[in-house]
Design a protein around this ligand. Structure first.
Ligand code: NI
Length: 241
C-alpha cells in the first residue's frame, strides 16, 4: 500500500466524510429494503466515484450519525464493502477506504502478463484429469456465485488450477502473490461494473485449449483475458478522473 499521509483524527476528517456523503444520503433511504443495504449502497457509490478518497477512515459511530441508523447496520455494510475490496480493516484505525490506483493496477497486470503465460505453458503438458475436473468445477461455481469476495477467490483458484503442474515452485509463488494482489482489482471491477463482467468465456476457452494440450491457443486466450482486464480497469480510472 502506498504511504499516503491521511488525516485520521479530529474534526478535519470528520468534516470530510460528512461533506462527501451529504447529498448522497438525503432522500436515498426509501429505495432500500434494509438499513445496511442503504448504508452499503451509498458508501459504495461514494467510494467508486472517488468522492470518498482512498485512505479516508470511516468511523462506525460517525457513519451511524450521518445515516441516522444504529451501529449494527453500519458494521454489516462495512463488512460487505470489505468483501468488495472497497474498504480495508486496518489495525488501530478501523475501516479505511481502499487505496487503489491506476498505476498500481497497470503494474499488477504487467507482472501477471509476464508470469502467467509462462506458468501455463509449463503446466499444460503435465495437467491430469483431476486438474481439469477442478478447473471445470471452479468455472461452474463462479457461474453461481453472487458474492464478489468469493468470486475473487474462485477466480484465483481457477487460474492456479491450470498453472499447478508448472513444476516451478518459485515461479508459482510469484504468480500466487500477484493473483492475490489482483484480487482487489477484480472485486473492485465487479463492484463497479456488475458480476456479468467476469470473463467466463475466456475461462472456458482456456480450459478447453489446456484440455487439448494446445499451449499457443491457451496462452493466447490468457493474454487476451489479462489485457482486457487491464484496459477495463484503466478505463474505469480514466472515467473517474
Ligand atoms: Ni480470470
Amino acid at each position: 500500500m502506498k504511504g499516503q499521509v491521511i488525516v485520521s483524527d479530529g474534526k478535519l476528517a470528520q468534516a470530510s466524510v460528512f461533506t462527501s456523503l451529504k447529498g448522497l444520503v438525503d432522500g436515498a433511504a426509501p429505495r432500500f429494503r434494509t438499513a445496511s443495504e442503504y448504508v452499503e449502497a451509498t458508501l459504495r457509490a461514494a467510494i467508486l466515484s472517488g468522492r470518498l478518497a482512498g485512505g479516508l477512515a470511516l468511523r462506525q459511530e460517525e457513519l451511524a450519525e450521518i445515516f441516522g441508523v444504529s451501529r449494527m447496520p453500519v458494521r454489516e455494510a462495512l463488512r460487505q464493502l470489505e468483501a468488495q475490496a472497497l474498504v480495508d480493516f486496518v489495525p488501530h484505525r478501523g475501516a479505511v477506504v481502499t487505496e487503489i490506483s491506476a498505476d498500481d493496477a497497470a503494474d499488477n497486470y504487467a507482472i501477471r502478463l509476464a508470469l502467467e503465460p509462462m506458468a501455463l505453458s509449463l503446466s499444460i503438458p503435465h495437467l491430469a484429469e483431476p486438474d481439469f475436473v477442478l478447473a471445470a468445477d471452479l468455472i461452474a461455481e463462479m457461474d453461481e456465485e453472487a458474492d464478489p469476495g468469493r468470486m475473487g477467490e474462485l477466480n484465483r483458484r481457477f487460474h492456479l488450477s491450470l498453472y499447478a503442474r508448472a513444476g516451478r515452485v518459485k515461479l508459482l509463488l510469484l504468480v500466487e502473490q500477484q493473483l492475490a494482489a489482483a484480487d482487489r482489482y477484480l472485486r473492485f471491477h465487479l463492484a463497479a461494473k456488475g458480476r456479468e463482467h467476469m470473463s467466463q468465456q475466456d475461462h472456458r476457452a482456456m480450459l478447453k485449449a489446456a484440455g487439448e494440450r494446445d499451449v499457443p491457443a491457451a496462452v493466447q486466450v490468457l493474454e487476451g483475458h489479462l489485457r482486457t482486464a487491464a484496459s477495463t480497469i484503466a478505463a474505469f480510472f480514466a472515467s473517474r478522473g
